[in-house]
Design a protein around this ligand. Structure first.
Ligand SMILES: Cc1cc2nc3c(=O)[nH]c(=O)nc-3n(C[C@H](O)[C@H](O)[C@H](O)COP(=O)(O)OP(=O)(O)OC[C@H]3O[C@@H](n4cnc5c(N)ncnc54)[C@H](O)[C@@H]3O)c2cc1C
Length: 463
């Protein structure tokens, strides 16, 4: 694409629209927005803007389209694949100030928000109504960023990911037009599903400014449990059996020994240092919950389980999930001076044991320090590869291992990314995963964004 260089005239336009305090070309603002939480970095925007309304976003995008300037939306930049980085510079739209909750419609279990609302902050407010938005990525992400990446989390195994919990959107298209796809009904068979097309498109098809989200009731009773196993294979087999038993856990997470060790070191968690499952069950009575946990324990024992700690109280349970959410952060903190790549494959459940074994053996083959954990109940595996990314030899091994593991996941009928998105890092796997469908994706991109201004360099290259 022939983008135009960002000029003083463009800067003047933005300042006139938003005022001096909501437009910045300052070095520190450009630097903050030049990297996300991945190792991809050094992609600087020309300017950062902070709109307040859909109308402002629409005006910015229409101008950018007319003047062939790239526009990239930014939530809080917690992506793990370089998703919100301005590969071709241009205007970075930061949603920090679009953080209004318009209406909590408790009677319909829905909430209407601006895209910059952070889900953890929102859930604190919703808890007063006994409700919560279930997808829960580890970081305090924005709703716009979660929609961009179709994020999910530890409770996706019961409640689904972001895509399953959005009813309606307000979207600014590449020409600045505003559409409002979706509706507030519980179900619909009407028309092409544009809501689901936009979700997971990483800001490449449209910019989401508002959303109506589906909520769930906060369960009255829950029980968390920690189970340890002699081998990772036995732990993953237990996952498969629990999922097949009809138990319907609210969370089912796998942690390998290295990850457990880091959590112990960083959070003084006192966990047994074995392959481990964290799980949670919810219910309406203690009796029913007790029976669920008993069955889970029996299944674990049948798979060689060595330790099973259940009946974890509210505080300990919160600590458990906090430790799981912070696993990546702890790994980074525990390895000062190293760089990190995080893999995010997901496979059919029947292949999960095989996938985890293959991934662990592959990094052992290359002699790479790694940590395996993930949303096992969804067949989602995260593998953190740690090393010196200035070392060319290491990078070659890292890339070879990454390629082998992701290719294996795809060949098993899985995906290069269960929840982190394509960004910069996974783009090379698009042809392998999507085959001929990629052509249609390119045509959709070309039709919806003919000038290629929306988050260019990501997902697909239409030409
Ligand atoms: C410690 C840690 C743990 C994590 N755990 C998980 C996890 O369990 N599950 C998971 O799914 N992810 C996880 N992530 C990744 C990340 O937090 C999620 O992908 C999150 O949804 C990103 O939200 P964000 O607000 O930071 O968005 P950003 O990173 O700023 O943006 C994400 C993408 O969405 C686009 N975008 C942003 N705003 C909009 C908008 N308004 N309209 C359209 N597109 C937009 C961006 O251009 C970009 O492509 C984790 C990250 C960290 C650092």
């Amino acid at each position: 694409m022939n983008y135009q260089p960002f000029s003083d005239k463009d800067l003047l336009f933005l300042k006139k629209l938003l005022g001096d305090d909501r437009v910045s070309t300052g070095a520190s603002n450009l630097e903050i927005h030049s990297h996300d939480e991945s190792f991809h970095s050094g992609y600087y925007p020309d300017v950062v803007v902070w709109p307040l309304t859909t109308e402002e976003v629409s005006t910015i995008v229409a101008y950018a389209n007319q003047h062939l300037i790239p526009v990239t939306p930014w939530g809080v930049g917690t992506s793990l694949e370089g998703n919100p980085l301005c590969v071709y510079g241009g205007i970075l739209v930061d949603f920090d100030r679009m953080d209004k909750i318009f209406a909590i419609r408790a009677e319909d279990f829905q909430v209407d928000v601006q895209a910059g609302v952070k889900y953890q902050d929102m859930n604190k407010i919703l808890s007063r109504h006994g409700l919560f938005f279930a997808p829960d990525p580890g970081a305090n992400a924005t709703i716009g960023g979660m929609i961009g990446n179709n994020a999910s989390g530890v409770r996706t195994v019961k409640y689904g990911g972001t895509r399953d919990n959005v009813a309606k959107l307000t979207v600014v298209l590449a020409n600045g037009e505003v559409i409002r796809p979706g509706n507030l009904a519980q179900k619909s068979s009407s028309g092409y599903d544009l809501v689901h097309l936009i979700i997971g498109s990483e800001g490449t098809l449209g910019i989401v400014t508002e959303a109506s989200l589906r909520l769930a009731g906060i369960p009255e009773r829950f029980s968390a449990a920690v189970a340890t196993f002699p081998t990772i294979r036995q732990a993953t087999q237990a996952v498969y059996d629990i999922m097949g038993s009809g138990l319907g856990p609210a969370a089912l997470e796998l942690l390998d020994v290295s990850t457990v060790k880091v959590i112990n070191t960083e959070a003084n968690a006192g966990l047994e240092e074995d392959p481990t499952l964290f799980m949670e069950f919810t219910g309406t009575s203690d009796v029913a919950l007790g029976e669920d946990v008993k069955l889970a324990e029996t299944i674990c024992k049948e798979n060689g389980n060595t330790g099973f700690q259940s009946g974890v109280g509210r505080e300990a349970r919160n600590r458990l999930w906090e430790n799981r959410h912070k696993a990546y952060e702890y790994i980074k903190r525990n390895n000062p001076g190293l760089d990190f790549m995080i893999l995010d494959t997901a496979v059919p459940l029947s292949r999960y044991t095989e996938m985890v074994t293959f991934a662990v053996e592959t990094i052992q083959k290359y002699g790479i320090k790694g940590y395996a954990f993930g949303h096992a109940g969804d067949g989602n595996l995260h593998l953190v590869l740690a090393g010196d990314f200035q070392d060319e030899d290491f990078c070659r091994k890292r890339d070879d291992a990454n390629f082998e593991i992701v290719s294996q996941a795809i060949s098993m009928g899985g995906t290069a990314t269960g929840e982190h998105g394509i960004g910069i890092g996974k783009k090379k796997f698009m042809p392998m995963e999507h085959g001929k469908s990629l052509e249609l994706m390119k045509q959709i991109k070309k039709m919806m964004d003919p000038n290629g201004i929306l988050n260019p360099g990501k997902m697909v290259d239409p030409s």
